[in-house]
Design a protein around this ligand. Structure first.
Ligand code: PEP
Ligand code: MG
Length: 578
């Protein structure tokens, strides 16, 4: 088998060696295979079983919708899906295809879906034409049942020797891999800080994204070396290369063991600045990894992940339990819960405002904008967070703020949520702190108004870079333009820090810049004392903090703040890191 290498973006460092397991997004790349004549009835029964399961799933959903506080359009949407599922074009035709063509159930279903989508595209009425998206979603539900959960991908015990190779997965798809211990992760697409990339990074295994055609070139079970540090994947390595990488892997393991000794050591710089190193988490279970790596708090709980990969919306009680478990688990250390940031690359089916394909999703109804458009959903979450605040040190963090009116409206809703809990006699922390994410340049340029209304700030550099440079963070075609060291980005970060310092309002960074050891000294030099990152990065960054003298950085930082030439900035950063 020929050996070759693929370049990508090394989004999570380290070396993985293992066998390729190709992963598909349900609708796009289902397996095509022939069924022997004797197994045709069994294949039809398999499809029948999946259809029955989805029917039950939709029925359950409908019940939950009418009982909970989901918007009315959600149950109408479930009704449409139930009708589509029972229509003979979905319920019967694919079975006929299996019988006639001896193809597998997934193949039959996607063939029929393509026929239906084509028919819908010819309809003149725009409303009816758009219903093709519902057909696709129903088929996806059935395919998911047929394909099983990702857990069924490889036999138990083989996970540590398996590298997942995917074309393009949503953040919701990737998060399902968190409960597994795969050796590494490769995708064709994904910008430097797309949420798919961020979740891939949080799997705490080496990962390379934006390889463009790994999924097409790599075959099932081929031997792979994934070098996340050097952004490369080697397919079918020869013996000498394999031996070299095994040696490198061994050296990295020794390094990692050394780092573990830093777990309980305070992150104090050489000149005595104590730095808060906190964790970014997506789900309550991530708490274990955060504590294991010595996090002094949760700086960012991306609560929207509770809304993904599930039927319907999490109720107030479910959300409360998730937030309470993290608050209690952190044992008095701060837990910053970001109100849900759905939209852009984190979609949730069934919510009208999001279901519409926005012309520019990242500039559309995302995060706090969506929350304010759906106050009922927002209030449910705010009540759940407030209830959890009784069990730990909880803070509320509001994403994507651009204008003061969004803060004012949010504060009114928080007051309403408090009132309704008080009426019910439910305890909560009346002094709960409310902070804002600084991730839109407008928020930095108008920061004084923000500082008057908020208790703390957290700079979301992933979006701040995207919105400052007009570079879509999830588009690998412009990944080379996505530059944390762009002079405009550094100026905005410095401005935000200076504004917060003047107003004596605490400020942190929770974007991916916080977990990049190349940037630690720069951020400390700019005045940051609180960094929040993926748990897997915490000890590496602590090691960097311990080796830094902030006072000695100041002349370099002063020079960097005056520079407008990116090449000179990079050269200065190198000096800073010497
Ligand atoms: C950010 O934008 O930097 C951030 C931390 O939030 P997210 O990556 O979830 O958009
Ligand atoms: Mg953001």
């Amino acid at each position: 088998m020929p050996s070759f290498a693929l370049q990508g973006l090394g989004v999570s460092s380290g070396i993985a060696i293992g066998r390729a397991q190709l992963v598909s997004h349900a609708t796009f790349e289902v397996a095509h295979y022939s069924i022997p004549a004797g197994r045709v009835d069994g294949e039809i029964a398999r499809l029948d079983h999946a259809l029955t399961e989805v029917r039950a799933e939709l029925l359950g959903l409908h019940g939950a919708m009418t009982a909970g506080d989901a918007p009315a359009e959600f149950s109408a949407f479930i009704d449409v899906h139930t009708m589509i599922l029972s229509d003979p074009t979905i319920a019967e035709v694919p079975k006929r295809l299996i019988a006639e063509q001896h193809c597998n159930a997934e193949w039959a279903l996607t063939q029929q879906m393509n026929v239906l989508v084509e028919q819908f595209e010819e309809i003149e009425d725009a409303y009816l034409r758009e219903r093709k998206a519902d057909v696709v979603q129903v088929v996806e539900r059935v395919l998911k049942r047929l394909l099983g959960k990702p857990g069924a991908l490889v036999p138990a015990g083989a996970e540590q020797h398996t590298i997942l190779v995917a074309h393009d997965l949503s953040p919701a798809d990737v998060i399902q891999f968190k409960t597994h211990r795969y050796a590494g992760f490769i995708t064709d697409l994904g910008g430097v800080t797309s949420h798919t990339t961020i979740v891939a990074r949080s799997l705490a295994v080496p990962a390379v994204t934006a390889t463009h055609n790994a999924r097409a070139l790599i075959r099932e079970n081929e031997l792979l070396i994934l070098d996340g540090t050097n952004h490369v994947v080697i397919v079918n390595p020869d013996k000498a290369v394999l031996a070299e990488y095994r040696a490198k892997q061994g050296a990295l393991d020794v390094e990692r063991t050394k780092l573990r000794r830093l777990k309980t050591k305070p992150a104090t710089t050489r000149d005595g600045h104590l730095i808060e190193l906190q964790a970014n988490i997506e789900l309550p279970d991530d708490l274990v990894q955060a504590l294991d790596n010595g996090a002094t708090g949760i700086g960012l709980f991306r609560s929207e992940f509770l809304f993904l990969n599930r039927e319907g919306l999490p109720s107030e009680d479910e959300q409360f339990e998730a937030y309470r478990s993290v608050a209690a688990g952190m044992d008095g250390k701060p837990v910053t819960i970001r109100t849900f940031d759905l939209g852009a690359d984190k979609q949730k089916e069934g919510l009208d405002g999001l279901a519409r394909v926005a012309p520019n999703p990242a500039l559309g109804l995302r995060a706090v904008r969506f929350c304010l458009a759906e106050p009922r959903l927002f209030l449910t979450q705010l009540r759940a967070i407030l209830r959890a605040s009784h069990y730990g040190r909880v803070k509320i963090l509001v994403p994507m703020l651009a204008s003061i009116s969004e803060i004012e409206q949010t504060l009114v809703l928080i007051a309403q949520a408090k009132d309704s809990l008080a009426e019910r006699g439910v305890p909560y922390d009346p002094g709960i702190e409310v902070g804002g994410m600084i991730e839109i340049p407008a928020a930095v340029l108008a920061i004084s108004a923000f500082l008057e209304k908020l208790d703390f700030l957290s700079i979301g550099t992933n979006d701040l870079i995207q919105y400052t440079l007009a570079v879509d963070r999830s588009d690998d075609a412009v990944a080379h333009l996505y530059d944390p060291l762009h002079p405009a980005v550094l100026k905005l970060i410095a401005m935000a820090i200076a504004g917060a310092a003047r107003a004596r309002v605490p400020i942190a960074v929770c974007g991916e810049m916080a977990g990049d050891p190349q940037l630690t000294r720069l951020l400390l030099g700019l005045g940051l004392r609180n960094l929040s990152m993926h748990p897997a990065q915490l000890l590496t960054i602590k090691q960097r903090v311990l080796a830094t003298d902030v006072g000695a950085l100041m002349p370099f930082i002063a020079r960097m703040r005056r520079l407008d030439d990116p090449a000179k900035l990079v050269a200065q950063l190198d000096k800073l890191n010497e």
